[in-house]
Design a protein around this ligand. Structure first.
Ligand SMILES: Nc1nc2c(ncn2[C@@H]2O[C@H](COP(=O)(O)OP(=O)(O)O)[C@@H](O)[C@H]2O)c(=O)[nH]1
Ligand SMILES: [Mg+2]
Length: 279
């Protein structure tokens, strides 16, 4: 049942909603992680809703809070470089592997670069994934700089002519200036060889409003083209995707809903909206 289902059901056949129903809806939207400002905005717009077409009108209102930018992953270049960024623990490395698996299943050739060189375990983690899903991993020697791994990976991807190069990065969130410098350096060295097609920001759905605040720092530091929202299997809060897009105006391109390589899907905005109001 969607977060708006009960409300829509109550409105059926009524000329207007009861004040008590508005209070209840407000509490439900906040509990669903829509955040105070989006909740207030939706409630304001929803005050005009009545009767049998409430679900359709509400869907229109909710849709206006989603991004209009394209959701499909860029395939414009001979080698498409995808930089994956985000806070530690959000699911970057896992998502790089899942995306590689998804692209391979769609018939593309893929390589992954282990540019989180700050933790040795992060390189091992990506290499283990590479073996599991059968995709090449480009890693540096111990203590290599992220930018040098990314530089080598771009040259290797161009030479081998893979369709996609996915670059895993470190998620150290110190301050905006350091983050900008670090990601800017990775971007510049890659761009000596290949253009960057996408920068995907990974957000952990279970962190709610706090995750959105952290994500904003990344969007200010680097030009993010799309989002991957992970751990939707662990989040009972169906509103989080809407809250994220409304706050950032960046399209969610993929979602993660488990720890396995197949627990990954394109974000279907139509189905998502329908799910919010259907029973
Ligand atoms: N339940 C669930 N766990 C996830 C998902 N994505 C990642 N994880 C787990 O989250 C933890 C951190 O993931 P990792 O990829 O290492 O995050 P990173 O630090 O951003 O690279 C790992 O235990 C993953 O298995 C997801 O969609 N659902
Ligand atoms: Mg990682």
């Amino acid at each position: 049942m969607g977060i708006f289902s009960k409300f829509v059901a109550k409105l059926k056949g009524q000329s207007t909603a009861d004040p008590l129903d508005w209070k209840e809806l407000e509490a439900e939207l906040l509990a669903a992680d829509l955040g105070p400002s989006l909740t207030a905005e939706i409630l304001k717009n929803a005050k005009d809703l009545k009767g049998d077409d409430a679900a359709a009108s509400l869907t229109q209102i909710l849709k206006s809070h989603l991004s209009n930018k394209p959701r499909a992953l860029s395939a414009a270049n001979p080698v498409n470089v995808v930089l994956v960024v985000g806070v530690n623990g959000t699911g970057k490395t896992t998502s790089v592997a899942k995306l590689a698996n998804h692209l391979k299943s769609s018939g593309y050739s893929v390589a992954m670069a282990a540019a989180d060189t700050f933790r040795a375990a992060a390189v091992d983690q990506l290499q283990t994934w590479g073996q599991r899903i059968g995709a090449a991993v480009i890693a540096g020697k111990d203590g290599a700089e992220p930018a040098s791994v990314a530089f080598d990976a771009a040259i290797s991807a161009k030479d081998s002519g893979v369709n996609y190069l996915l670059i895993d990065t470190a998620g150290r969130l110190h301050n905006k200036r350091d983050l900008m410098a670090e990601l800017g350096k990775v971007r510049r060295v890659v761009e000596k060889t290949l253009p960057i097609s996408e920068v995907l920001l990974v957000i952990d759905a279970t962190t709610g409003q706090n995750g959105i605040a952290q994500a904003k720092i990344f969007t200010e530091a680097v030009d993010v083209t799309g989002l991957i929202v992970t751990k939707l299997d662990g989040s009972a809060r169906g509103g989080v995707a809407l809250a994220i897009e409304s706050a950032l105006d960046i399209p969610i391109k993929f979602i993660g809903n488990g720890e396995g390589e197949r627990d990954f899907a394109l974000f279907d905005s139509g189905a998502y909206l329908a799910g919010l109001t259907s029973d």
